[in-house]
Structures are given as C-alpha cells and as structure tokens.
Ligand binder design. Structure first.
Ligand SMILES: [Ca+2]
Length: 182
C-alpha cells in the first residue's frame, strides 16, 4: 500500500536580518564622518561596540556620549551633531534585489546606507543636518524599500544619526530589518 504523501508549498515569509537589540560598531565622539565610513570596506574595528537601541533620554540600551555633553543642559563647544553606526549581517539567500522592510527609531534625523548606497533618509535636510522633531512627533518610522541592494554573503548597514542642533535634549537610534522576498 502506497504511503500517503502530502506536501504544501508555503509562500516565503519575511526574512529576519537585523534585530532591535543587534550589536553595532559606533562612533559618537568625533561628529565627523570618517572617509568611506559607510562603505563595506571600511575598517570599524577601532569604533565602540554596543547593542541597540542607542541614545540618551530615550529608554536606550546603550547610552551615547554625544560629544562634550554630559547632560542636556551642559552642551559647550565640541558637541557633535552626528553619530555613526555600522552593522554587518549575513544574507544567505543569494544576491538578489529584495524589498527591505525597515523599522527605525530616529531622533532627530537619520540616513541609512546598505552596502554603501543610500537606502533612505528621514527628517534630514539634503546633505545637511536634521529637522527639529516637534514635541509629540513620533520617533518611529517604517519604510519598505523595493529593490534594496542586498549582496550574497556579508552585508553592511551604515547609519548616520543627526541632531537638529547642538544641545539636543534627547537622541534615539534603533533599527530592525527584514527582507520581503519577491
Ligand atoms: Ca534630539
């Protein structure tokens, strides 16, 4: 008697790539983008390391130093506007252009790069600083980016978190990434 045989073909679901509490390399002290900081080839081993989310006054897991500001009421010269983050993850599904589904917390503005290409930005002036977050304005942003430039093997996310002005009383960065297969 032939064995009963049944199977089903499931639609592929979202692929979890980077979790909210992932470990990142980060530079929160220089305020200056190092040459090639957002490229896959950049050596970030000299940067600090910590788990997300990052920030201050933001229920963060890892507190940002944020320049010479020991607190929101004591920001003098040398404070910085930008902090930089890098995270590598494996994309074991072959080189493919998929839809990247990104949930970020950003205060004030953010630029997100994937393998050196700008994936998206939010709440920043073109080529410049961030736009002030109004009181009560959400810090959570969701974006779906079609044809994201994933590559086979190791991929590098690089993020610039930007404040709208020196002495900002809070800073937040968190990120979760999934891919939606076609
Ligand atoms: Ca802020």
């Amino acid at each position: 008697m032939a064995a009963a045989c049944s199977f089903s073909i499931d639609e592929p679901g979202p692929l979890d790539l980077v979790g909210q509490n992932a470990s990142w390399r980060y530079d929160d002290t220089s305020g200056i983008a190092a040459a090639g900081w957002n490229l896959s080839s950049f050596d970030d081993t000299g940067w600090k390391e910590g788990r997300g989310p990052f920030g201050w006054a933001c229920a963060e897991t890892t507190s940002l130093f944020w320049g010479d500001c020991p607190g929101p009421d004591n920001c003098e010269n040398g404070s910085v506007l930008s902090a930089y983050f890098r995270h590598g993850f494996d994309f074991p599904f072959g080189s493919a252009e998929e839809t990247a589904s990104v949930d970020v917390q950003r205060d004030d503005g953010i630029r997100v790069f994937l393998n050196g290409s700008l994936l998206f930005d939010d709440h920043v002036e073109p080529g410049g600083g961030a736009v002030f977050l109004e009181p009560g304005e959400p810090i959570d942003v969701h974006r779906d980016i079609e044809n994201a430039p994933f590559v086979d093997g190791t991929n590098i996310l690089a993020v610039e978190l930007v404040q709208a002005g020196l002495g900002s009383q809070d800073a937040c960065f968190g990120l979760r990434l999934t891919a939606l297969p076609r």
